[in-house]
Each structure stands twice: as C-alpha cells, then as structure tokens.
Design a binder for this molecule. Structure first.
Ligand code: ADP
Ligand code: MG
Length: 300
C-alpha cells in the first residue's frame, strides 16, 4: 500500500489515512475474528457501524443493478474453495450446488435508517471483499480534503485513487497492469480525481491438476468466473462503485459488461481485456489512455 499527499499537512494526512486503513480493516474484514462482519456471520443479525452499513447498502444496490453478478452472500462458496484460509481445495459440483441455495443477497433484510441487518437463512454469510478496498480509497480522499490536501494518491494493492492533479497541474499517470505479466502493463491512463480499480483472475488463485482457480466467483455457478475476460479496469469518481463494478463486470463477460456500461456510462468508464487479447476501452476515457495494444473503442 502506498499513500502519497502533497501540502502543508501532508504528514498528518498520510498518518490519518494509515489509521483509517487499519480501522476499516479491523471493522470489516472477514479475516479479523472481532470484526462486525465476522460477528454478523456468526449471529445472523447485527446493528452495523456507519461504514459497514454504508457498504452493505451499496452492495445490495449493486446486487440489483448487476442482476446478481455482485453478491456479498457468496462467502460460503469462497470458504468452500478455501480462499479465506488459503487451504485451497476444489469442492464437488454437489457441494457447490448445495451452498448456492444459501447465496442470494436480495434475501438480506437491511434497514438503512437503523442499520439493522439480519439473515433469515441461518447458513448465510457475507463478505465485503469485493468493495471494501474501493471504499477505503474513497475515505482517504475525504481525509486528504479534511487536511487541506489538494494533490494526493493512494494505491491499495493495485487499486488506485487520485485527488486533484500532480502538484505541477498535470494529470496523474496510472499504469493498468497486464494480467499475465506483473512487470508489463496494458497501457497508461491520464486522470485526475478518479479511482482506477482492476479485477482479474491473476490476483489471487491456486492451481490444482494443471487447472487455475481464481477468487472471483460467478454466483450463478459457484465456480471462478470464466466468461471471456481476463482483466477489467473501472475508472470512476466513486471508488466504492469502481471496486464493486470491477468484480461484477469481470463476472458478466464482454457482452453484458458493454451493455452495462452503455446503461450507466455517466457513472464510470471501463477497460476490458478478453481471453483472445482484444482490448476494449469506453469512449469517455479513450483519449486519456495510451497503449501499445490495438485499442477498440466502445461507443455509447
Ligand atoms: P481484489 O480485492 O483482489 O482486488 P476484487 O475487487 O475483484 O479483487 O474482489 C475479489 C473479492 O471479492 C474476493 O476475494 C471475494 O472476497 C469477493 N467476491 C468474489 N466473488 C464475488 C461476487 N460474485 N460478488 C461479490 N464479491 C465477490
Ligand atoms: Mg472489486
């Protein structure tokens, strides 16, 4: 993780950003036994913090808008594959089919005024891993502003969000990683005041019997999504949205992802790489993206 800020109170801002990363991780991570999400998953009901409540609200909206591709209730399936513990295994088709009966975020009851959440299904469990990082980077933008920072950048494991421009007034330049080579990149984006968030099957995965299994699960099948895309980058003012959509559009595949972008093109832009190495860039950022690839521009 890298946090960069320029200005008189830059050090205060960076310290506060670091504390915020810690705080949100402690509060929301399924990896922390005391987090409110772990407690909710055990007790099946809770009154969430403001942050947890906000994320659940956004996640449930995304579940609707993406027609179920984004589903925070996927967690029992993540556990079956061993992703949370890294004790990886390939579950049987029967086991996955059984677990999928308990995966449906639309069945979560959540009241955004009281922030009370409950699961009727006592096997339901949730995980905010598909949006928490983007929310964290957008929180850091707020912290920067509270500290009078006008120029700053945060990079949370390849998820980037920028405040303003560089100090000389020029745009930030953000490299979009190539899925099959961590040293190489698909191209370079020129941005200001934007989150740039990438999802791909190459980030977290394991191999068994020559097959690669990654951590973005298609809620329709219970298996790692294999719908023709190897990398999805979302560019948006809204870090939470960018993170949720990078996961969602990866699951949708090229055609549905393009349709989705056409419907919501005022909210985000997108860079897609397909299995057969075709690169697609939505028209809103086409002029701000430099690449050695042949770029196919998606038009509204
Ligand atoms: P990363 O966090 O590695 O940058 P993503 O943003 O794509 O990558 O998030 C992947 C994480 O999202 C998984 O580790 C898991 O916690 C969660 N997840 C996996 N599949 C789904 C899904 N269909 N809907 C919502 N969250 C998911
Ligand atoms: Mg994501």
């Amino acid at each position: 993780m890298t946090v960069t800020a320029y200005g008189e109170k830059a050090q205060d801002a960076v310290d506060a950003a670091e504390a915020e990363i810690e705080r949100l991780d402690t509060l929301l991570s399924t990896g922390n036994a005391d987090s409110e999400i772990v407690k909710l998953n055990e007790q099946k009901s809770a009154t969430l913090s403001e942050d947890g409540g906000y994320l659940v609200k956004r996640a449930l909206e995304l579940n609707k808008e993406t027609d179920g591709a984004f589903d925070i209730a996927i967690y029992p399936v993540m556990e079956a594959w061993g992703f949370p513990t890294q004790n990886f295994r390939v579950p049987s088709a029967d086991e996955l089919a059984g677990l999928l009966e308990h995966v449906d975020a639309s069945k979560i009851s959540y009241d955004k005024d009281t922030r009370k959440i409950s699961f009727e299904d006592d096997q339901m469990k949730i995980d905010l891993g598909g949006i928490a990082k983007g929310y964290t980077s957008s929180r850091i933008m707020e912290i920067f502003k509270e500290n009078g920072i006008e120029s700053g950048l945060v990079n949370l494991g390849g998820n980037v969000q920028a405040l303003g421009t560089k100090t000389d007034g020029s745009n930030w330049r953000v490299a979009v990683q190539s899925p099959d080579d961590t040293e190489d990149y698909l191209g370079v984006l020129s941005i200001q005041d934007k989150a740039v968030i990438t999802s791909g099957g190459y980030e977290r995965y394991f191999e068994q019997d020559g097959v690669t299994y990654h951590h973005i699960i298609d809620p329709k099948t219970g298996y790692p999504a294999e719908n023709g895309l190897t990398s999805v980058t979302i560019i948006s003012d809204d870090g939470t949205l960018a993170d949720g959509l990078s996961t969602s559009l990866f699951i949708m595949g090229k055609e549905k992802a393009e349709k989705f972008w056409k419907k919501y093109n005022d909210k985000f832009d997108v860079i897609l790489l397909t299995d057969d190495e075709q690169l697609y860039v939505s028209e809103g950022i086409a002029d701000d993206f430099q690449s050695d690839y042949k770029v196919n521009v998606m038009k509204k």
